[in-house]
Design a protein around this ligand. Sequence first.
Ligand SMILES: [Zn+2]
Length: 394
Amino acid sequence: MHPLQMPLMAYPWGSKSFIQNLLGRKDLIGLPVAEIWMGAHPSAPSTLRLPHGIVPLDIYLKTNPQALGSAAHSFDTLPYMMKVLAADSPLSIQTHPNLSQAQEGFAAENAQGIPLDDPTRNYKDANHKPELICALTPFTALCLFRPYMELTQSLIQTGLQHILPPAKDFMANPSSDTWKECFAAILQLKPSDIIWAVQTAIEEKDTPLSQWQIDATEWVKNLADKHPADAGALAPLFFQLHHLQPGQALFLSPGTPHAYLQGAAIEVMANSDNVLRGGLTTKHIDLPEYIRVLDFEPRPQPVINAVQDASGVYYYASHAREFRLGYATLSPHQIIISQPRLPAIFLCTQGHITLDDNQQKLSLKQGESAFCDAQSGNIALSGEGMAYICELGS
Ligand SMILES: [Zn+2]
């Protein structure tokens, strides 16, 4: 077990207080801090404090492959990343590729000689990126498309059915194919048409809007204030809008369209930084590639609640073989995780906890994290507080 030092990401959409308070970094209050990263991604690995010095986690795992345990059969590094994400402003509309899309895309961009740090690069690695987002505060997210009936109502509310031929085609014959054509056309609207559609959507109507439309329209106003000529401002009318309460989570398969709008969360994902963006960003957008990997099937997005196992840890159902997320709430009693799927990362989010693997004890206070390699056995947790645990998946 080793204490972990986590890189901070200062993106402009970051919260001016959440991560600062979690880490006790009063010096950063008022500055946007968006994410802390716990993992071995080479672009920003966490570091281990070892007796002889500081070592990046990716380098440590290369030189100590036994730390990966059985995961070394399938993966050459830590297969997951855990982040704390804190957003005051909306993040981009995005999706992530599946494994074959990532492998092909990464190889193709390498063959074209695009440097890895080139901002126009879509694929920074050859890995897919399923992800799970678990709210730490009330958290608002857009995720997957709405049912066809609601998409039709939104095309009427925005007036787009009058100016976009693919919108008429979709309304006459709703299917994932006609919706794909329609959504692609929306993302390619001229700025003047976007501004007109936003105005049409938010102006008062003769027939009252239903509750989901009122909720979505408020977010359209909010997004259009920040991104007036960006078609992504219309996304709340086309994507499902989720208001997660602390402790609730969403699992996002590759291809799922999504945008995180506001709040703080724990995010776990496969060890990848492959993002395809569709709007609400000044970063690189490759619209044809975004559309190509997007899942256009109308599916409900289940909200997941964690289930307590026999040890007392609450785990979220995960469909990823790379990770599963759990949390433990400790009062002065002890929890023994008898068969942790190691390697694991522990993050203390409240109070203080002590990890004991029979060889070593490690105490973490709020905002501190630790890496437990595969040589640890049972891990006893004690203390008073709360810890999130990321382990290998199934
Ligand atoms: Zn994402």
